[in-house]
Design a protein around this ligand. Structure first.
Ligand SMILES: [Zn+2]
Length: 438
């Protein structure tokens, strides 16, 4: 850790009260990040930057140039009676290259005016996320995202100053309303939750009602605590509503009423409950049985609590994303539709149909799509009573096994011969001994 000099500390002592005062005046919730920006941009008030833009005194003219934040001149943006001055400098591009530029910089008449000018400068809609930030790191990430600085390492470099100079102490007088905790009495909690560690990585309340579920593969066999500690880190800048651990336990990471940062799509995550699932680390990112079975249960529970009795999987991306679910329908979506990545993995992709069918089967009223013919005994619906039931090519044990039913689900029988029922799907026949007509 870098040692700070008495002169540097003196600069911090001078500027900090003004940063606190004007951050509050303009509705910001953090002062430390602004103090750190001023330290870095002005060389702790000494103007060591090569383009001289922050020099307190121009050595040639003796003229004062209070601009500790590297603020570029924008007409009518802030109150600055002194106008601006020019300098040549460099601008860094996304590819790391530099080009020389001539820039106009504000020239404030005092340090205090300069600090107020800085908060006026960022007191615009473009910087709304900066104003919303309740800690210096999210503040700096937001200010960089809003285009304040072009340097690629800006956030990292300024945040280092926050830490090295112990600047968080200047944030303690801000009254901050916590973003994450939700009153338990008003939230719609799942009874399947085994562990809760709320993540700061969220956008607060959803702006869209829940009508999607997006399962992900987390690419690793995680415990509930791994979900909690990983998504608890602000620098990860990601989260999920739920995590399913390798043993099938469920972690609550972002309350269901809030928008998580999971699927690389604001539009999707505003309306989707996102679920990160433990998986193998390599293609096809398979889930073990405990994880997959819990995913089925959790999706069922989410649908039920949100008033849905059908979980839909539409394999075609464009059709799915253009589909407006009916009030009783929940739509499945996948991360790979929003970003070029494997998530949720080919293993789950091959089972999205199965997931939708099993969840829908578990939800009441989901099997009425096949109307029962009043004039005939067939078709009718049975519930499977055996844990594992063979499907045979024909009506008898002398026919080869072509598949198995392991979900104790509900199936439609088209006809019965020799005690075997023919499945509507056309896959084959099952023994009626292990079924119950419903
Ligand atoms: Zn994903």
């Amino acid at each position: 850790m870098a040692q700070i000099s008495p002169a540097q500390q003196a600069f911090i002592d001078t500027i900090a009260p003004f940063c606190i005062k004007y951050a509050k005046k303009y509705g910001f919730k953090v002062a430390s990040a602004g103090i750190a920006q001023a330290c870095l941009e002005s060389g702790y008030g000494t103007g060591v930057y090569p383009d001289n833009r922050n020099k307190v005194i121009n050595p040639l003219t003796g003229e004062w140039r209070h601009n500790y934040f590297g603020l570029k001149y924008r007409p009518n943006r802030v109150n600055c009676n002194n106008g601006y001055f020019n300098s040549t400098g460099t601008e860094q591009h996304a590819d790391g290259s530099y080009t020389p530029t001539t820039t106009d910089w504000y020239k404030f008449e005092s340090l205090e005016k300069c600090v107020e000018g800085y908060y006026q400068f960022i007191n615009t809609a473009n910087y709304a996320q900066v104003k919303a930030a309740t800690n210096p790191l999210t503040y700096l990430q937001a200010i960089k995202a809003a285009g304040y600085a072009s340097s690629l390492n800006y956030v990292e470099n300024v945040y280092k100053v926050v830490e090295n100079c112990n600047l968080k102490q200047y944030d303690t007088s801000f009254v901050v309303t916590p973003v994450t905790p939700v009153s338990p009495s008003t939230s719609n909690k799942s009874s399947l939750i085994n562990y809760t560690k709320l993540s700061p990585n969220n956008s607060g309340k959803r702006t869209h009602a829940i009508d999607r579920i997006t399962p992900h593969c987390v690419v690793g066999q995680w415990d509930v605590t791994t979900f909690g500690s990983y998504f608890g880190r602000p620098d990860v800048k990601a989260s999920c509503n739920y995590g399913i651990a390798k043993d099938g336990q469920v972690a609550l990471i972002v309350d269901e009423s809030m928008r998580s940062w999971c699927s690389s799509s604001n539009e999707n995550d505003q309306r989707a409950v996102t679920i990160e699932c433990s998986s193998e680390k390599t293609h096809p990112y398979a889930f073990n049985d405990a994880v997959y079975n819990k995913l089925i249960d959790l999706c069922t529970d989410i649908c039920r609590r949100n008033g849905k009795n059908i979980l839909l999987w539409i394999a075609d991306k464009n059709t799915a994303l253009n589909y407006t679910p009916k009030s009783n329908e929940m739509l499945l979506t996948v991360h790979r539709w929003f970003k070029a990545k494997a998530c949720p993995g080919d293993w789950l992709m091959a089972r999205m149909d199965d997931l939708a069918a099993k969840v829908t089967a578990k939800l009441s009223g989901a099997v009425t799509s096949q109307p029962v013919q009043p004039t005939s005994e067939f078709p009718y619906i049975v519930q499977i009573t055996a844990n594992v039931l063979n499907i045979r090519k024909g009506p008898g044990t002398n026919y080869p096994v072509v598949g198995q039913i392991k979900d104790k689900g509900k199936y439609t029988i088209m006809e019965v011969q020799n005690g075997f029922g023919r499945l509507k799907s056309g896959v084959g026949w099952i023994s009626m001994k292990y079924t119950q007509k419903i």
